[in-house]
Design a protein around this ligand. Structure first.
Ligand code: ADP
Ligand code: MG
Length: 736
């Protein structure tokens, strides 16, 4: 059966060569029950390991069934071991977290047996070693002798012709040891059994041959009994492990050690939650910080816009506009471009909703596109609103906006400047561009001029030898030209205790012009006389106001345009157009030459940093969890080494581990999904989280699952590689 010719094995350890066995010559036959004995360090284990293909040899030849093995690859030895060898070890090498049944079954699962072939076989063997009562007991609860019986049972189910036992009784008391030898002897019929023992008396009764070793050599080889020479060799029929069996083991391993399950589960849950939330918060800030260029002074930053003023600082006239229109590249002119850049509030105060839009204004004749909803205005009080689709979730709230009257209200609230009806809506190209505009007839626009100019002007009053900038002026039909009416509170601010007849100078200043009114205080109002003197209702609101003649008021603000905007057809030639405008005696400047607010470039940097931080965080998270999981799995090395000793391949080990990690991470994943849905649906109330979770979509959930999968695969690969980088026996010795 086995023949060794001058076989030697050396150990290389830190430059020192030790000889394990030297020039061993042996012939072993089926039916033999061989006891090997000798002092510690005499080479018994080395010999057994070489015979069982667990370790390599350097010199000599070993024949298996007449075949020479020096050219055998690792794979060939694996094959040999599965067909021929069953090992029993001094320290049992069982899976403590498995039951007796599961331990014995394991050998068959790894050898590709089908489920229906397994059960009877396993139960029979367990009965043979006398452990039927304990078949569902965890191995960790058994005594040493019982454990070794399980090991024998496991060695037996794999019907191999050779059983190799290295000091199987070394850890047992005399009684149990006797038992084990007896069982082994029974097993030995028609097999080749090789056992190492210190206790010759124990085996003398059964052994057919006793070999004594010393210093790596055989010093005595004593045959006690003749054996039957023509026993047929029946090798173990094995197959590749089935996928089904891999799943069975993977699942079993997931749950069989509770503490390990929860540790892994916690890590996976942590990764899932951390990844999801980090990603969501990244998405959220990204959404919030989309960089739409802004400028404090200009609302409309279209690239084809040129701002013009007359070089002599006078107002534009019809002649100027005609000259400009002759320029080839000019698309259209916005004469009163102050409307574009002034933001006014459009308000609607219905019973249920308060809706407000902050908008610039434009002439409907400059509206070149189509409305998305509604229609183009047909009368002066109708307008088109252009804004972000997301502003006020306008698509969902159309009822509150379309065909509804909106008010432009004066500073004090109750003087309504204009009432306008939104009949058409146009959405901005970019949803994140929240700037708003309204388009209306030029007549309507003209009506807003006083209001707009007032908004853009600074007002100062000079009264009682001092300047104030907090007073407002209000137009009234009841006040005569050159006069002003104020509250009687003012009387207490002067020594004379009466302001009647005193002078007020009202100064208006903006970037285009300055103007002033020189008025005399005609009268003061009290609560009772307020309405009679001013024509207004709300006394409280106007206590600080100065009432002036309506015509004079309008003369302050109803000024012609000092600044216009030209829109070009082709932005590529915009510089030439600027030049041509300058030739006409104007100061012309592209809107793109005005500095954009610094905030936007800051936002870009912030966004970049956020992206980098997120990427680094995800990578760090990945590796931290990777290493934690590897540390947790270190405690499982013994288990996987055992699998290897029982004949499982690198692929098997890798896949069983992948399945285990995969099942565990999937559970963590599902738990996270449940948690998210609880938070999202406000079953448990959180302030910030529901909003955050909204940023996770199907795509993100799939991505996170893929990352978990990737971690599982990478880790099982790495762990399996480590387990298989050395010979089986070296890995085993390291782990045990
Ligand atoms: P036994 O089983 O009879 O006690 P071994 O076969 O374990 O003896 O050891 C034989 C010799 O080989 C001893 O001198 C031992 O020190 C050496 N040896 C065994 N295993 C190794 C190893 N992994 N590395 C280095 N030397 C080893
Ligand atoms: Mg030994």
């Amino acid at each position: 059966m086995l023949k060794l010719k001058n076989v030697s094995k050396f150990y290389y350890n830190k430059g020192i060569i030790a000889s394990g066995i030297t020039k061993i010559n042996l012939e072993l036959k089926m039916g033999e029950f061989i006891a090997i004995t000798g002092e510690s360090g005499s080479g018994k284990s080395t010999l057994l390991n070489v015979i069982s293909g667990l370790d390599s040899y350097e010199e000599g030849e070993m024949y298996i069934n007449g075949k020479e093995t020096s050219h055998y690859t690792e794979k060939d030895f694996e094959d040999y071991r599965r067909k021929y060898i069953a090992n029993i070890f001094q320290n049992f090498n069982l899976v403590n977290s498995y039951t007796v049944y599961q331990n014995v079954e394991l050998a068959l699962l790894l050898n590709g047996y089908k489920k229906r072939q397994i059960k009877k076989k396993v139960l029979d063997i367990i009965k043979q070693v006398g452990l039927s009562k304990f078949k569902n007991t965890k191995v960790s609860k058994l005594s040493g002798g019982q454990k070794q019986r399980v090991a024998i049972a496991r060695a037996m189910v794999k019907e191999t012709p050779i059983i190799v036992a290295d000091e199987p009784t070394g850890n047992l008391d005399t009684e149990s040891a006797k038992d084990i030898i007896k069982i082994l002897k029974e097993v030995a019929k028609n097999k080749l059994v090789i056992i190492v023992t210190h206790n010759i008396e124990q085996v003398e009764e059964y052994a057919t041959r006793i070999i004594t070793m010393n210093d790596g050599r055989i010093i005595e080889d004593r045959k006690l009994k003749e054996v039957n020479n023509d026993i047929a060799i029946k090798v173990n029929k094995y197959n590749k492990m089935t996928l089904f069996n891999k799943f069975r083991l993977g699942l079993r391993n997931t749950f069989n050690i509770k503490s390990k399950f929860f540790l892994l589960f916690s890590v996976f849950l942590f990764i899932t939650l951390a990844l999801s939330l980090e990603y969501a918060s990244f998405k959220m800030t990204e959404e919030e910080s989309v960089v739409i260029p802004t400028n404090r002074f200009f609302n409309d930053l279209s690239e084809n816009r040129i701002i013009i003023k007359k070089a002599d600082k006078t107002a534009f006239g019809a002649k100027d506009y005609n000259n400009i229109k002759k320029i080839e590249n000019v698309d259209y002119i916005v004469e009163n471009d102050i409307f574009l850049d002034t933001k006014i509030n459009l308000n609607r105060n219905s019973i249920s909703e308060y809706v407000t839009f902050s908008v610039g204004m434009n002439d409907i004749s400059n509206f070149k596109e189509k409305v998305d909803v509604g229609r183009i205005p047909e009368s002066d009080n109708e307008i088109v609103l252009q804004t972000s689709r997301k502003n006020y979730y306008i698509e969902e709230n159309l009822d509150e906006v379309l065909n509804k009257n909106f008010l432009i209200e004066g500073i004090s609230g109750d003087n309504i400047i204009e009432q306008l009806k939104i009949v058409g809506i146009k959405y901005n190209d970019n949803d994140k561009d929240y700037t708003g505009k309204i388009y209306m007839s030029s007549e309507q626009l003209e009506k807003l001029r006083v209001y707009v100019n007032k908004m853009n002007s600074k007002l100062r009053t000079f009264f009682n030898n001092q300047y104030d900038s907090y007073r407002t002026i209000v137009p009234s039909d009841k006040v005569e030209k050159g006069q002003a009416i104020v509250s009687d509170d003012w009387n207490y601010q002067v020594e004379e205790r009466s302001v009647s007849g005193m002078n007020i100078i009202i100064e208006v200043q903006n970037i285009y012009y300055t103007d002033e009114l020189d008025l005399e205080i005609e009268d003061t109002f009290s609560k009772n006389s307020f309405n009679r003197l001013t024509g207004y209702e709300s006394f409280d609101k106007y206590r600080q106001a100065i009432f002036v003649n309506k015509e004079e008021y309008e003369s302050l603000f109803n000024k012609p345009s000092y600044q216009s905007s030209v829109y070009v057809k082709n932005t590529e030639n915009i510089d030439e157009t600027v030049q041509e405008l300058e030739n006409l005696g104007m100061d012309a400047k592209k809107i793109t030459d005005y500095k954009k607010d610094d905030i936007s470039s800051n936002q870009q940097i912030v966004k970049l940093i956020k992206t980098i931080v997120t990427v680094i965080l995800v990578i760090v998270l990945f590796f931290v969890s990777y290493f934690i999981i590897r540390i947790i799995l270190k405690s499982r090395n013994i288990y996987y080494t055992t699998l290897r000793m029982l004949g499982s391949t690198y692929r098997d080990v890798k896949q069983i581990l992948t399945i285990e990690l995969f099942v565990n991470s999937s559970i963590a994943y599902i738990v996270s999904l449940i948690l998210f849905s609880i938070i999202k649906n406000n079953i448990i109330k959180f302030t910030y989280l529901p909003m955050l979770i909204k940023y996770l979509g199907i795509k993100e959930y799939v991505l996170i699952y893929i990352i978990l999968l990737l971690i599982s695969i990478l880790i099982s690969r790495k762990v399996s590689k480590n387990l298989f980088k050395d010979t089986a026996i070296n890995t085993y010795n390291e782990e045990v």
